[in-house]
Design a protein around this ligand. Structure first.
Ligand SMILES: Cc1cc2nc3c(=O)[nH]c(=O)nc-3n(C[C@H](O)[C@H](O)[C@H](O)COP(=O)(O)OP(=O)(O)OC[C@H]3O[C@@H](n4cnc5c(N)ncnc54)[C@H](O)[C@@H]3O)c2cc1C
Length: 645
């Protein structure tokens, strides 16, 4: 018998909680069977095993192994972190099972199959030759790290979206090496000027959703950032004093830091949170702060009480949805004109990861151009093939990395990883750790203690990129909007996907067509230091089952869009919750940071090469961007090769 009361059961039916489409997460991280029906081969499993084409646990060889189409809880999906968390909780590699020496030897073993790990493999091959034998290991069921692909079937067609890394941001600012890599794998950023439809949403604006838990009443108000603020706020469930004050800070052009030089203003803004700046300098009534509280979540994963106001000034209105008032009268320099935010593949930067894999293992991702990669179906059975010099092994968590013999004279590094419950050991002449830097102290015990401490400092910020496939987007069309800011919502920002058509992929540009919605959630705990907020947010994420997410998503969409005939039970065709418990790389922006000497920052000390082991990942650049992942990979490869040439 159901434990739910009749009211809850009725509500669940109205929300569509009974619909089958969202239940596919049971497959996440679970072995899907091996056997003779694999690889389309006439060989039996034992012959495949003997041929090295199949190990006992080889879900990737199954014909239906296709992670981009999995829905439910993705990102750091169930199963991917079980081993890592055992190590965090004190298990040593030795305690995880008898190591099996596979006899495999490589020129390079890379830990982490994100953009940094893939770029490290790419660079190593560029420097040492195409015959270089490389193994890339990753604990997830798909490659790309944060740069993952989400694929949906909705309205009888495929609609694409991104699981994490969204766009190539400001490619003009990429280092020469990172830019060259993009070009070498076939990406011409100028093509996005044509691929991105800048007209589609031109007349569709932003709405704000005021929720009853925070503002006393549910109300969706359109025209944010386009209607004059007093008129826009007139309909908001806010007191007259609050409405008046928010409109004031948005419209008056006052120097709130009078008597200070430009440099002094910048210094002041850098030392004070945006919340304090609004209340102490702009004299905003504190009751108005909930409207702004989560504006900073998208970029910083914490609220306005933790973000220096200078960074809000710098963010300006680049994203068109969160505009930060209070700076117009300060006389600070105009913002440098950024490149437009249009460098977006339909599956985000997963296309970069897929093009990198295509260049390393051509059979695994067919096609060579930035156009044909968009619709290419990756063949996961080919990722780890003994016949190829480069192999990518998924579902494999590295638990130990150690020089064979003394670090300074060693010729090889042993790398142990858990896969299918067993511990395997391979050897490499070199190893690049392109994994989460905080994991390195657990898997590389021979590192000096001070270096381990530096690595452990680099706590990542948690965030959730939820994608919801809709039967159509007529409700958005009726409201004349493309996005909704929901300052108190479970998901604080919702938007229609980027309108990009590339190669054979056509963006669903008619409201009657299916669409993918993006929803952002960044759990944190205001009042704590930033890294503790990140830890608390991660804890919350790990405690929240998919069913809670699903109910919250359906409820919120119904509450926001119900007035425009949106029906969650009818209109939702798929949900993917990309849970990045370990999300953005640690970035030094908080107001509580130590005053490190240049060169002694934890990410700089942490990334020092150690014998034949190099350290990459965007963490080691303290920058949550794709170019950092590439730059750090190139540095790490350069360092280990230079030391041993
Ligand atoms: C939600 C989100 C959105 C983003 N959007 C953008 C954007 O729009 N533009 C942009 O430029 N940047 C963006 N970033 C940042 C960007 O994703 C990263 O800088 C970059 O992709 C990180 O690549 P990486 O290889 O360094 O790390 P990751 O992508 O994290 O890859 C590291 C891999 O190593 C694996 N690993 C960890 N430990 C082990 C182990 N012990 N054994 C095996 N494998 C292990 C991890 O699971 C992971 O798969 C975003 C990040 C997130 C989280």
């Amino acid at each position: 018998m159901s434990e739910k009361g009749p009211d809850q059961q009725k509500k669940d039916v109205e929300l569509g909680m009974n619909r089958e489409i969202t239940r596919r997460d049971f497959l996440n991280g679970v072995a899907m069977g091996t056997g003779a029906a694999l690889l389309g081969s006439s060989l039996g499993a034992s012959q495949l095993l003997a041929a090295g084409a199949l190990d006992e646990y080889a879900p990737e060889k199954s014909l239906d192994y296709y992670p981009p189409a999995r829905m439910g809880m993705r990102g750091n999906h169930d199963g991917s972190f079980r081993v890592a968390h055992r190590m965090r909780d004190g298990a040593s590699a030795d305690s995880l099972g008898e190591p099996l020496r596979t006899g495999e030897t490589y020129d390079l073993v890379v830990v982490g199959g994100g953009i940094s790990g893939l770029a490290a493999a790419y660079r190593f091959r560029q420097k040492t030759g195409k015959a270089a034998r490389i193994l890339i290991l990753d604990n997830h069921d798909d490659f790309g790290g944060h740069a993952k692909r989400n694929e949906f079937q909705a309205g009888g067609r495929m609609v694409l979206s991104y699981g994490g890394t969204q766009s190539i941001e400001s490619p003009g600012r990429y280092s020469a090496e990172a830019r060259a890599l993009l070009e070498e794998i076939g990406i011409e950023t100028k093509k996005f000027y044509k691929a991105y439809d800048t007209k589609l949403y031109a007349n569709r604006g932003t709405a704000a959703f005021f929720d009853k838990e925070t503002f006393g009443e549910d109300r969706l108000i359109t025209g944010m950032n386009t209607t004059p603020w007093p008129d826009f706020l007139a309909k908001a469930p806010l007191s007259d004093a609050v409405k008046k004050d928010i409109a004031r800070v948005y419209t008056e052009k006052v120097d709130y830091l009078p008597g200070l030089s430009r440099e002094q203003k910048i210094a002041t803004l850098s030392k004070i949170s945006y919340a304090d700046y609004l209340t102490k300098h702009c004299k905003l009534v504190p009751e108005a702060l909930p409207f702004f509280q989560t504006f900073t979540h998208d970029l910083f994963c914490v609220g306005i009480e933790s973000v220096p106001s200078y960074l809000c000034y710098e963010a300006g209105d680049d994203y068109g949805s969160f505009t930060y008032p209070g700076f117009a009268g300060l006389g600070l320099p105009e913002h440098e004109k950024e490149e437009p935010y249009i460098f977006h593949f339909p599956d985000g930067n997963a296309s970069i990861a897929r093009l990198l894999v295509s260049s390393l293992i051509p059979e695994a991702v067919p096609g060579t151009s930035m156009e044909d990669v968009v619709t290419a179906r990756a063949n996961y059975a080919k990722l780890d093939d003994a016949a190829n010099p480069v192999r990518l092994r998924l579902n494999s968590t590295v638990v130990n990395v150690q020089h064979v013999g003394a670090k300074d004279s060693a010729k090889e590094v042993e790398v142990s990883y858990m896969r299918g419950g067993k511990q395997n050991v391979v050897k490499g002449k070199y190893c690049v750790l392109a994994c989460y830097n905080v994991m390195i102290p657990y898997i590389c015990p021979e590192l000096p203690e001070a270096q381990k401490e530096s690595l452990a400092y680099l706590v990542k910020a948690p965030l959730v990129y939820t994608h919801v496939a809709l039967r159509n987007w007529t409700s958005f069309d009726k409201l004349g909007i493309r996005q909704i800011v929901a300052p108190g919502g479970y998901h604080t920002y919702t938007t229609l996907d980027f309108p990009v058509s590339l190669g054979k992929y056509e963006f669903p540009s008619k409201p009657e067509e299916p669409a993918v919605l993006f929803m952002l959630r960044t759990p944190c705990k205001p009042g704590l230091p930033v890294r503790d907020q990140n830890r608390a947010g991660r804890y919350e994420l790990m405690q929240t089952p998919y069913s809670t997410f699903e109910r919250k998503i359906r409820e919120q969409l119904a509450r926001m869009l119900g007035g425009a005939e949106f029906d969650p039970a009818r209109d939702i065709e798929g949900i993917t919750v990309n849970r990045w418990a370990h999300g953005y790389a640690f970035t030094p922006f908080g107001l509580d940071l130590p005053d490190w000497k240049r060169g002694e920052e934890p990410w700089v000390l942490g990334r020092k090469p150690f014998g034949r082991i190099g350290i990459a990942n965007s963490d080691s650049g303290a920058s949550a961007y794709t170019d950092a992942a590439i730059d750090q990979a190139y540095r790490a490869v350069g360092e280990i090769l230079a030391a041993h040439s």
